[in-house]
Design a protein around this ligand. Structure first.
Ligand code: 6LW
Length: 490
């Protein structure tokens, strides 16, 4: 069957995958969003269904006042001896920790911390031993891919941390993962930074402690010279063998908004690239690059995105919040999302009343009916507290008005206001270049204005996240959202 990349669209960076009982499980990083670390299941590596989040309790992840793109960095998921492990870094507290579960659909344990520094931690299990690998400094201060053996029950180090590889020479050596294949140890990593120079590199050793050295050309996968090409930034991946015995790298990458415009708004997404082993080395994709589609074995069909409504989504699975949400401020049902605002706005590093889905494709129409008593509430195309476009209704001294506010680089500009009653429908129509905003009173639809998508891109705002389509409320108010629909049209 033919599949199209990305296999999981929207802001789902740093994918890691493991196989258990013929099924595949994937996790992605989540930064300042709660719950942390979205968790997916698949039978074919192409269709991914979110089954929950790994970090669902506040004692598992401290996100209070975490800056945008701080918090939960790249996770790794592994399965060993009937147990799933997810290991990650809280980059704000500089802590590496793992949690575990024996039931992939259930709750995960409290965190177990490991005293090894760096980011992008990974686990490797062999013969009853557990190795903890990260990108950091070893006990002698040597920087690179660093490894120690740990007691998996307690997280305590059983050996000093030792640098086992310093990469192929690219900047930002990250995302180390160890595999044992055909009796050899393979260490896969990312280099070049998670931007246009991103790449995946590889080293091989006869021993888990090294010496690791390449047996062929590096990088094994990168789109950095594949230009002009929409798919860029391919890197930070994990290796997996499917149920037919074929190998793949599941990696992050991003799509530019246009072939000649080097901006990306949807965050880093998940790409699947077939790989082959030849002479003990990996040949990936087409000449070491990731294409937008591949034909692979298997009798599956790649499902299109569903239409997202309150009834078709689960607030505990599909939607997420900023930092430490206050549960009492959300009354969520299949008919309506009732939000109670506070004085925390979307411009702050706090937890505004805000619930969001990821923007999954460029072209979509989103519409929701809103009834408001006071304050302000609406829709936000939200990248971070500096960059977001808000279409809202607010109460003023002379009644209600709909407005479009464009927030770019700390500049807050009200583009337009239109008189409405306390209830109206807000609409966003978007393509790769523009978000266009409308308000409708049921009879007449008014154009509120538009914002260029590039100003919500990672290239403008920085950081590691992607645009979210959110609903929010500000002020001591009650905002009743009904009839929500977000439909992707490409
Ligand atoms: C992550 C690092 C990276 O920890 O970006 O793409 C960082 N690679 O490996 C944040 O996602």
């Amino acid at each position: 069957m033919i599949y199209k990349n990305p296999v999981l669209s929207g802001f789902y960076p740093d994918p890691s995958v493991c196989k258990a009982n013929g099924r595949f499980y994937m996790v992605c990083s989540s930064f300042q969003y709660f719950p942390g670390v979205p968790l997916f299941e698949s039978g074919d590596l192409v269709n991914w269904k979110q089954i929950g989040y790994v970090l669902t309790r506040k004692n598992q992840v401290a996100l209070e006042n975490v800056n945008s793109s701080g918090g939960v960095f790249a996770p790794t998921i592994r399965y060993n001896d009937g147990r799933f492990y997810m290991v990650t870094t809280n980059d704000t507290t500089h802590e590496n920790f793992y949690v575990y579960t024996d039931d992939i659909y259930g709750e995960w344990s409290d965190p177990v911390t490991v005293e090894q520094d760096g980011i992008d931690p990974s686990l490797f299990f062999e013969d009853g031993k557990a190795y903890f690998i990260s990108n950091g400094s070893d006990s002698e201060g040597v920087h690179g891919v660093v490894q120690c053996e740990i007691d998996i029950a307690t997280g305590k180090k059983l050996t000093p941390s030792r640098c086992i590889w310093q990469g192929s020479g690219g900047r930002y050596l990250e995302s180390p993962h160890m595999y044992k294949i055909d009796g050899r140890y393979y260490l896969m990593a990312a280099e070049g930074g998670t931007e246009y120079g991103h790449m995946i590199t590889l080293a091989v050793s006869e021993s888990v402690w090294g010496e690791f050295a390449p047996r062929g050309e590096n990088p094994i996968l990168t789109n950095r010279n594949k230009a002009p090409y929409i798919i860029q930034g391919i890197g930070h991946g994990d290796l997996v063998c499917d149920n037919n015995g074929d190998w793949f790298i599941l990696s992050l990458g991003f799509r530019q908004i246009h072939l000649w415009m080097t901006y990306h708004t949807l965050g880093r997404e998940v790409f699947l690239t077939p790989v082959r082993f030849r002479d003990g080395w990996i040949k990936a994709g087409r000449d070491g690059t990731t294409d937008d589609s591949y034909e692979i074995k298997g009798d599956f069909c790649q499902k299109p995105l569903p239409v997202f409504t309150f009834a078709s989504t689960d607030p505990h699975i599909d939607w997420c919040f900023l930092r430490c949400p206050v549960p009492e401020n959300y009354e969520l049902s299949a008919e309506s999302y009732i939000l109670h605002g506070t004085d925390v706005t979307l411009d702050e590093v706090g937890s505004p009343t805000f619930i969001a889905l990821r923007q999954r494709e460029f072209d979509f129409e989103l519409s929701v009916a809103l009834e408001l008593d006071c304050g302000e509430a609406g829709i936000s195309m939200y990248m971070c507290e500096q960059e977001h476009y808000d279409a809202a209704i607010r109460k003023t001294y002379s009644g209600y008005e709909a407005l479009l506010r464009l927030n770019i680089g700390g500049i807050r500009h009200i583009e337009n206001t239109v008189k409405v009653s306390g209830s109206a429908r807000l609409i966003v129509r978007a393509d790769n270049l523009f978000y266009k905003f409308y308000v409708s009173d049921g009879e007449k639809e008014s154009f509120l204005g538009m914002g260029q998508s590039k100003y919500l891109s990672t290239e403008v705002s920085g950081g590691f996240t992607g645009v979210m389509t959110g609903l929010y409320a500000v002020g001591e108010n009650t905002a009743r959202f009904t009839d929500f629909k977000c439909e992707y049209t490409n």
